[in-house]
Structures are given as C-alpha cells and as structure tokens.
Write a protein that binds this ligand. Structure first.
Ligand code: AMP
Length: 579
C-alpha cells in the first residue's frame, strides 16, 4: 500500500481505501493528491469518469477538514442527482475510519426538509447539484463563511445543462481565498470562461483519457444509409444476445423515438432523458444496474453519473460532433480489466467525425458488416441450444407431468421433436429475418435493387392524419412494424387533416388490411381501406418511401408547420410529448 502512503494520505484514509480494493493511486490521484495536500492553489483537471477523479479530490479534501468545526468547509458541485449520490457514497466510505466527519448530498426532485435537518446536524462536506445548493444558500441553511474548498465536478456538463447562473451565484458568494478545483472531461469555451472568471494561477493536469481502459475496447463502425440505422441497431442487439450496454442518442427526441420503437418490438431496453421525473429516472437506472434491462437508451447528459463497470457494448446511434464525447462514451466499456466494444452506427456523412476521433486519440476503427438475418438466426439459435443444454432440470418437479407429456409427443421422432422445440422458441427471429436483405452501405440493399414501379401499387386511406401528428416517417414505421418488415415499397404519402392517403405495394394489401386492425396509434384503433382518392400531385413525386425536394423547393415550402429532416418534409413536432 506504499503508493498511497507516499503521496501523503493519513492512515485512516489508507485503511478505508485499502478495504475498497484500491492498491495503487491512479495517474490523476498521483498528480492531484500531493498537490492538494501541499498547496492552496486552484486546480484544473481534464479527466473523465473512470479515472479515479472522485478520490483525487475527495481524499485530500477529507484529510484537510477541521473535524472539530461542525460547519460546511467543502462544497462539491456536480450535474446530476445520481452523480451527487455516487460522490457522497464514495466520500462517506473514504471517511469510514474518521469519526467526526459528515457528508451530506443535496439535490432537487425530493423534499428539502431532510437535507436541511442533515446540514443542521453539522455537515462539513456538501455534495450538491447547483440548483438545490443555491436554494439552500438562499434559505441561509447552507452557510458559506468557512467554506474553503469548492469542487466543480463534470464542469462541462453542468454548463451544458444550463447551470451557469447557479454556479456564478455560488462562486460569487464563497470566499475569494477558497481553493477551487475544476474537473471536466472537455475544455469547452464555457469551461474556459468560468475557469478564467473564478480561478487564478491554477495548476493544470490532463490525464490520458484514451489510454485508460482503451486497450480493452474495440471500436467498430457499421456503415448504413440513414434509413437503416434503426434496423442496424436491432440487428446488432439480436446478434449479441448477452449485450449489456448503453445506446447513445443525440437528442431527447431521438432517444424517445428509438426507445419507444425498440421497447414496442419486445427488446429488453428502456430510456433515460431529461423529460423523465426523478423517480422515473431512478427506477430505470436501478433496473439497468441490476441487469433487468440489457440496453439503456440515453443522451450523454442523462447518462452522467451512471457508474456501471461491466458494460459489454457502447452503441453510438448518432456520433457526437465532439471527438472527446465519443472518447468519453466509449470509456464506459472496457473497464476494470474487462473487454468492451464501442460501436458507431454511421452513414456516409460521418467520415469526417470518424477521422477527427482517430486523429485526436489512439482509436482505430474497424469496419464491420451488419450481420445478415442468417448470421443472427444462427447466433440466437446457438444461444437457445446452449440454454437448453445448461438448464437445471428439476426431476422431482416435472416428474408428475412427464408421462402425459411423453404420451402426447409419442408420434414425434427425436429429430421432429427438436424441430418443434426450436420453432416454438425461435419463430420471432425466423419470421422477422426470413426475407431480410443486406443493409450495409457498401453492399447493394434490396431497396436499391428494386425498381419503383407505380403499376404494382394500390392506394389506401388510413384514419390518422395531421390532426393526430402523423409524419411520413411515422407512417412508414407503423407499416413496417405491422408487417414486421422494412422491405415494403411505399410510394407517395399525402397526409390530410384527419386521414392519410398513401401508395403501397399491392402484394401486401390483404396482409396490411388484416394486421393493421390489431394496431393502434396513440390510442386510436387503426383502420385502412382501399381508396380511389389520388395522392396530391405535390406528394406523388416520392422516391420509394421518402419525399425528396430540391433545395429551392425546400426553402419555399418551409413554413412554420413543417421542417425538413434528412431532406424529408416532416411536420414540426408539437412541444407536448406524445409518448
Ligand atoms: P471515478 O473516476 O472517481 O468515477 O472512479 C472510477 C472507479 O474507479 C470507481 O469505481 C472507483 O471506486 C475506482 N477507483 C478509484 N481510484 C482507484 C484506485 N486507486 N484503484 C482502484 N480503483 C479505483
């Protein structure tokens, strides 16, 4: 344990971290701990979660506390409730062998009363989200007169979450002689400006972000055209039956859309994003932590503070613009000596972002092919067979039923019996993938091979339209889901006020009419009838299942009700969340 002794930590702290299994200080701890124990200067550390930064600022801060003084001396500010709880837990376990030390987490979304009581009992360290911390200062519960250390943890996130005013307020009110420690994964303009405003002569430390853990992480690219991104996600999940990971999306909207479709299709996933209440977030997080959920679909901000060590995969559904964010995302797998895979689902426009990431880090991406339906079926089948092989057979429990079962299945040969068992368990995959095509951008997709032929199309009318917030993309997705295929040729889509006319391959006519009856859209039972009505001229120039407009037309057509996404005209989203 000499590593920690050498950097000046007390025996009580060493004893507790020894129990936590820390053997040697991480690079950031080696740099920060002796500095913070000896100097009163400010510190800027570029480091992300997983580098050991909590102990880097936590251990020296605890050691420097005046135990006799029952007043707040250290404030740690962080962006989310989860991180707040995590940091407090860490600090409390570090101070296990120090009797008179009290750390209190304070965050919004819960009653303030208990937090007030805890602070009044003599807290010396406050770990808080900026909003609640400011609130407690305003109420004069959190007094700042002896606060001599302020830690800004994940400063970039706090700023991007809009906490700048709260941080300004708190930093303005604390003593100018305080020591400020700023930890951030990225040095954005905003972080730089806050460091200039509130810190002086700061020591700067950068810990190698990429190397830590990156050796264990493989980086894979799956290149598909934008319209196959979701299908690619499904195939990746199906190809990895034991996947346990996070799917990163760019916006709340994208997160919700993907999660909604994914969950509806029976995947073991859920989403966290800024629109969830704290209780909903907690519930999802805890299901993910205890592995009841395999995939968490999240924005970068919402996934903050989620500290799970054994993720098998990180999936970048959308690549971030900032390479640092990719590095941060992928650093969530391949931890604690385990192997991990970070996947980027890209399209042809992402080449620049990939280059930027490779130039900024030692990451080398490997191009991979999206698994074919056949690959997926054999992988899943193998998993099923393995499960059957390894299942615990409780002879006693099944004994009373066996005679009847043997009798019932007497007519089947051993081979037929196996076929029946496999089919019973496995038809979802076989059905779904039986006609699946190659969706790789480098290969020829089925869509590309087929020629659009209006002769083979029928016109239909569906009982939802503009009033129900329908967009062409949503209609396509309803049809794909209903027919369990994304290979259906859809022609023009003309969305009217309360119904929609669309063209679809005549071959699927009967199937669609029958199956759609069992489907609903936001509670409205769907009905489809064949229609004699013609698609409005302006909507009939569709190419396969999208509407393309020239740049000039886009501009002309753009009005307050519509926006263009991927060159497709879609109805502007209402502010209200429909999900
Ligand atoms: P952090 O970057 O603070 O979120 O820490 C990431 C993980 O590393 C946490 O699970 C810590 O408990 C663990 N950790 C921190 N310092 C050490 C160390 N010196 N040795 C082993 N594990 C550590």
């Amino acid at each position: 344990m000499s590593g920690f002794k050498d950097i000046g930590l007390s025996k009580e702290l060493i004893k507790s971290i020894e129990e936590l299994g820390y053997k040697t200080p991480t690079p950031i701890q080696k740099e920060c701990i002796p500095f913070l124990l000896e100097e009163n200067k400010d510190l800027i550390a570029l480091a992300q979660t997983g580098t050991g930064k909590t102990a880097a600022f936590g251990l020296p801060s605890i050691q420097e506390i005046d135990f006799k003084l029952k007043q707040v001396q250290v404030i740690v500010l962080c962006p989310t409730r989860e991180l707040c709880i995590q940091i407090s837990k860490d600090l409390i376990s570090y101070s296990k062998y120090l009797k008179n030390i009290k750390t209190v987490p304070v965050y919004g979304g819960v009653s303030i009363e208990n937090q007030v009581k805890s602070i009044k009992k003599g807290a010396q360290i406050i770990v808080g989200t900026p909003g609640r911390t400011k609130d407690l200062i305003n109420r004069k519960i959190l007094k700042l007169n002896v606060v001599n250390r302020v830690v800004l943890d994940e400063a970039d996130e706090m700023l991007s979450m809009g906490f700048k005013d709260d941080l300004d307020f708190i930093l303005d009110k604390t003593s100018k002689n305080r020591q400020t420690m700023l930890f951030s994964a990225t040095m954005s303009k905003e972080v730089l400006s806050i460091s200039k405003k509130y810190m002086k002569g700061a020591k700067e430390i950068t810990v190698s972000k990429v190397n830590s853990g990156a050796k264990n992480v493989e980086h894979h690219i799956y290149n598909v055209s934008s319209k196959f991104k979701y299908e690619a996600l499904k195939r990746i999940s199906d190809y990895n039956p034991n996947i346990y990971g996070i799917v990163f999306c760019r916006t709340r909207r994208e997160t919700k859309d993907i999660a909604n479709k994914f969950i509806n299709e029976g995947y073991n996933a859920d989403a966290i994003h800024g629109d969830l209440s704290q209780n909903q977030r907690d519930e999802v997080m805890s299901r993910f932590r205890d592995r009841s959920l395999q995939l968490l679909i999240a924005t970068d901000v919402a996934a903050r503070g989620l500290d799970v060590d054994d993720l098998t995969h990180i999936i970048n559904y959308t690549l971030p613009d900032d390479p640092e964010i990719y590095i941060h995302r992928s650093g969530r797998t391949g931890r604690a000596g385990k192997n991990g895979i970070s996947i980027a689902i890209t399209n042809s426009r992402d080449g620049r972002k990939i280059k930027l990431i490779e130039n900024k880090s030692q990451i080398k991406f490997l191009n991979k092919d999206i698994p074919s339906g056949k690959d997926i079926c054999s992988k899943q089948l193998f998993k099923l067979i393995e499960k059957i092989e390894k299942v615990d057979v409780d002879e006693k429990q099944i004994e009373p039923f066996l005679d009847d079962i043997y009798k019932k299945l007497e007519w089947l040969s051993r081979e037929d019996l196996i076929k029946h068992f496999v089919s019973a368990e496995f038809n979802r995959f076989l059905d779904y993938y039986k006609n699946s095509g190659n969706i790789n951008n480098n290969g020829l997709s089925k869509h590309k091979e087929k020629k659009f032929n209006r002769e083979s199309f029928s016109n239909f009318s569906i009982n939802i339209g503009r009033k129900q917030g329908l967009s062409p993309i949503e209609l396509i997705s309803i049809i794909n889901r209903t027919l369990k295929s994304n290979e259906i040729e859809i022609g023009g889509i003309d969305i009217r006020e309360s119904y929609t006319i669309f063209e679809i391959d005549s071959k699927v006519k009967t199937d669609l009419i029958n199956k759609i009856k069992k489907t609903d859209y936001n509670g409205i039972d769907l009905k489809i009838i064949e229609s004699k009505e013609k698609i409005g001229k302006k909507f009939s120039k569709r190419k396969k299942n999208k509407t393309f407009f020239s740049k000039k037309k886009r501009k002309k057509r753009s009005d307050k009700n519509f926006i263009f996404r991927d060159n497709v005209k879609v109805k502007r989203k209402k502010k209200k969340n429909r999900f």
